[in-house]
Design a protein around this ligand. Structure first.
Ligand SMILES: Cc1cc2nc3c(=O)[nH]c(=O)nc-3n(C[C@H](O)[C@H](O)[C@H](O)COP(=O)(O)OP(=O)(O)OC[C@H]3O[C@@H](n4cnc5c(N)ncnc54)[C@H](O)[C@@H]3O)c2cc1C
Ligand SMILES: Cc1cc2nc3c(=O)[nH]c(=O)nc-3n(C[C@H](O)[C@H](O)[C@H](O)COP(=O)(O)O)c2cc1C
Length: 783
């Protein structure tokens, strides 16, 4: 077999090694345009988990790599004169040059031919090769040559960055967030060998210009960075090596394989440097390719297997990198945070690290985070313990005169079980048990303001006395038997009305017994859905009046809070999104025009709803669709509602149009809550695939939301909050006297269960290489 590999970076060399090991008889050549030791850049980092992988696939190169590596366990966050260190991270760094020399040496040993100073212009010269590996890096000539086939999507990010070095010793992966007269600068720095550290500097484009960096040469800009970070560099110089300022290209390719050619490493996909995974991805691509070549009978089959098997993992890492880079791009959102909360945000930015996880490895740090959170709550007039505070989830919150005992919320969820809009016994048990279960706030399902405002025939309503009496019974039960507050979500289905019950076909039009539907514009939801009638002024007045009457009935029921449903493609949302609002009058066009009617309704409700009771609004912060609402729009929408007196924005997303492409994942809507809260400066509630109390605490402690709503988890576990309180030892959580023995038992057992769980986790966790190194002075095993 003949294999040609274009590019002698980590992807090219490691694939050469693994393929040669697998097929000693194969003729494998690596073509590299640079000289053997002619590498740019400074260090690379790997996690312990990545090194375990390397050990499994090629022990000799692994052993050489770990001999050369610098290890560290801590991450240090410097912000506004403070430094917070968090241990147990298990990373190691090595010079890129050393890594490449090790891989070159190992490849040569195995019999791979390495041809340096050989720039490949045309792959036609490999016509006789069975496999051509395109590992030619971020600016891949061959990806571009076959651009129509590979279909790369290149997202050039806004921040500027430059990669430099220093002799400053570092004993932790170090983030420095530096305020300057021009704006914020960030340094990501780590040591990769004795006396050498990598320094990546990053700043936003405006700060870059204001700091006069535009037009400076490498040396001049390094000198400017040395001035800014001089206090930390302690006289150590900044070193340059092709340290130009650039914009990071986030690359995703639709296809990775063409005939017998395959893209590997940066050529196919990149991951932002802030998660330090570029070299890992490149080398793990090589592993995946070697695995596929081992298992598939043909090269063609192997390449297909490589692409199919590897894509999900790469996309997962890219997603984590995306989330991380967005955090860094918007660091100014958090600039006024308490430094410990800021550091917690840095640590948890890409979702992999959580509150519980940090509690295990850095309990003192999390203790400080809890105290900072409790101090903020105390500053709002609550008599909470700041020395031994409860976890953030169990800290109270006040909205106008309504006080919530904790931050867990039962998200509004239609039960499709009302008769003519009247909630029945099912609803009493449903809401009652969730209130007893300990959540601070429970929302009703979308409660419709008129018969024709319903989504389905099973939707609850509040337009007549019978419905009002039924809701009153539920509200009274909640108030009499729990500490929960209960909020009423009012809505109008708009073009999604007259549809089937969820279990008969979500959003599908009713075949019989339907009613006329209205919307901002006459656009049906499905092609075969009813075409809604475009609302005229009279229809708007009628809808507004119906909302006001329902709110008045809600007040008569004793609800504590009112939420206006402006999300998920229902009537008011259909005004806000440009995808569903094509109006040419004052209620369409610009965002201002599209917000006009929803704001009118909100203002009318605000006037009708008692001034001491809070109001929230649920929005879809993105339509997940081309041309639709984006996070930036959501900030403007939230500001407009805040000016009209909203106390909380309930940040959901999507469900506006059928062809949306949501990116699901754990806590997938939380970034929008973060953006709205910290840009529009309004309290938010986040929701969406949040399933554990650990996630709730992570979100709250990082300042990404003020309340956390859980929908589906509450469907199967009414006592989610009580159980979480037991886990975190928050014994102030309400429990009715009838259930007190159960509470005592779970609180007693939880102490032991938690201890066992933590012990298990600690035992199961392999020692990091830094820990192993610290334990032994013996040299690591020789080959
Ligand atoms: C600022 C910055 C910081 C980073 N920090 C880290 C980090 O801390 N940790 C980490 O793991 N990764 C980091 N990376 C990413 C890392 O450098 C890359 O992801 C990794 O090197 C990708 O490996 P590769 O083999 O795919 O590509 P490359 O390393 O770019 O190798 C491609 C090779 O192909 C050669 N080549 C290109 N075209 C041709 C041609 N036509 N003919 C012959 N040869 C050719 C090039 O000369 C090059 O040697 C960082 C990247 C940047 C930009
Ligand atoms: C059965 C069901 C009914 C729902 N009904 C409503 C509703 O009436 N109003 C609303 O705003 N959201 C509604 N939602 C959305 C939820 O409030 C929540 O935003 C969504 O389920 C995501 O949260 P989760 O991942 O915690 O379930 C509903 C969700 C489910 C599962």
């Amino acid at each position: 077999m003949k294999i040609a590999i274009i590019g002698g970076g980590p992807a090219g060399l490691y694939s050469a090694i693994l393929l040669k090991k697998q097929r000693p008889e194969a003729e494998i050549t690596v073509y590299e345009r640079n000289r053997a030791d002619d590498t740019f850049g400074f260090g690379v980092v790997f996690s312990d988990a990545t090194l375990d992988n390397f050990e499994k696939y090629d022990a000799p190169s692994y052993r050489r790599i770990i001999r050369e590596f610098a290890y560290w366990d801590d991450i240090a966050v410097h912000f506004r004169g403070s430094v917070h260190r968090v241990g147990g991270n298990g990373f190691c760094g090595c010079s890129r040059r050393t890594l490449l020399l090790i891989l070159q040496e190992r490849a040569r040993e195995l019999g791979v031919a390495l041809l340096f100073e050989t720039d490949i212009e045309d792959e036609a010269r490999f016509a006789d090769a069975d496999l051509v590996v395109l590992a030619d890096g971020i600016n891949s000539r061959f990806r571009d040559k076959y651009i129509e086939h590979f279909q790369p999507e290149i997202d050039l990010r806004s921040n500027k960055f430059a990669w430099m070095g220093s002799t400053r010793p570092l004993d932790a992966f170090t983030f420095i967030f530096q305020e300057t007269e021009w704006g914020p600068f960030i340094a990501h720095a780590y040591q990769y060998e004795a006396g050498h550290s990598t320094w990546i500097f990053e700043t936003d484009p405006e700060t870059f210009v204001r700091a006069g960096l535009e037009g400076l040469n490498e040396r001049q800009s390094a000198d400017r960075m040395a001035e800014i970070f001089g206090w930390f560099l302690e006289g150590h110089p900044l070193l340059i090596n092709r340290s130009m300022w650039r914009n990071f290209p986030m690359i995703r390719s639709k296809r990775w394989v063409k005939d017998n050619m395959v893209l590997l490493g940066d050529a196919k996909a990149t991951a932002h440097f802030s998660i330090g995974s570029g070299t890992k991805l490149a080398m793990e691509d090589a592993i995946a390719l070697a695995e596929a070549m081992h298992h598939a009978p043909t090269v063609e089959g192997a390449l297909q297997q490589y692409e199919q098997g590897r894509r999900e993992e790469v996309e997962k890492i890219q997603h984590a990198a995306d989330v991380s880079l967005v955090w860094f791009e918007h660091v100014d959102r958090f600039w006024d945070f308490d430094p410990v909360q800021f550091a917690f945000g840095v640590m948890t930015r890409s979702k992999a690290i959580t509150y519980d996880n940090l509690t295990l490895r850095a309990p003192d740090f999390v203790g400080e985070v809890d105290k900072a959170f409790a101090r903020q709550v105390r500053a709002k007039g609550f008599d909470v313990d700041v020395d031994k505070p409860d976890a953030p989830m169990f800290q109270p919150l006040r909205l106008r005169d309504m006080e919530l005992a904790n931050r867990a919320v039962v998200s509004p969820m239609c039960m499709y079980s009302a008769k003519e809009g009247v909630p029945g016994d099912f609803h009493l048990v449903h809401y009652g048990s969730r209130a007893i279960g300990g959540a601070g706030l429970i929302f009703t399902e979308m409660t419709c303001v008129g018969r024709e405002a319903r989504i389905t025939p099973g939707c609850a309503g509040l337009w007549n006395d019978e419905q009002q009496a039924a809701w009153r019974r539920i509200v009274d039960f909640v108030h009499a038997n729990s500490a929960a507050k209960i909020g009423l979500q009012l809505g109008h289905a708009g073009r999604k009305g007259a549809t089937k019950l969820m279990w008969d076909g979500m959003d599908r039009p009713l075949e019989q017994g339907g009613w006329d539907v209205i919307s901002a514009s006459p656009i049906p939801y499905f092609p075969d859905s009813q075409v809604p009638r475009e609302m005229d002024r009279a229809a708007m007045d009628a809808v507004k009046a119906a909302f006001v009457q329902a709110a008045q009935r809600g007040e008569a029921c004793g609800f504590d809070m009112l939420e206006l449903h402006c999300a998920h493609g229902y009537l008011l949302a259909s005004f806000i999104s440009p995808l569903t609002n094509r109006r040419t009058d004052a209620y369409g066009g610009s965002l201002e025009g599209r917000m006009r009617f929803p704001l009118e309704v909100f203002e009318a409700l605000r006037a009708a709803w008692p001034a001491h009771k809070p109001m929230s609004v649920r929005i879809s912060a993105t339509d997940w669709a081309e041309g639709g609402i984006t996070g930036d729009d959501a900030v403007k929408i939230a500001r407009a509602f805040a000016e009209a007196g909203v106390d909380l924005v309930d940040v959901s997303t999507g469900q506006t149009v059928r062809d949306a492409q949501p990116v699901y994942g754990r806590m997938f809507q939380t970034p929008f809550s973060d953006q709205v809260r910290n840009e529009a400066r309004v309290a938010t509630m986040c929701v969406g695939n949040i399933t554990t109390a650990d996630q709730v605490n992570t979100i709250l402690a990082a300042g990404r939301a003020d309340l956390v709503a859980l929908g589906r988890p509450h469907l199967v576990d009414p006592s989610f909050t009580l159980k979480a309180a037991a886990w975190y030892g928050a014994d102030g959580v309400f429990c009715p006297p009838q259930y007190q023995p159960g509470k005592e038992q779970i609180f007693r057992n939880s102490v032991r269960d938690r201890q066992d769980f933590d012990d298990l986790k600690i035992k199961a966790k392999p020692k990091t290489r830094a820990e192993l190194k610290a334990e032994t002075t013996k040299p690591l095993a020789a080959e």
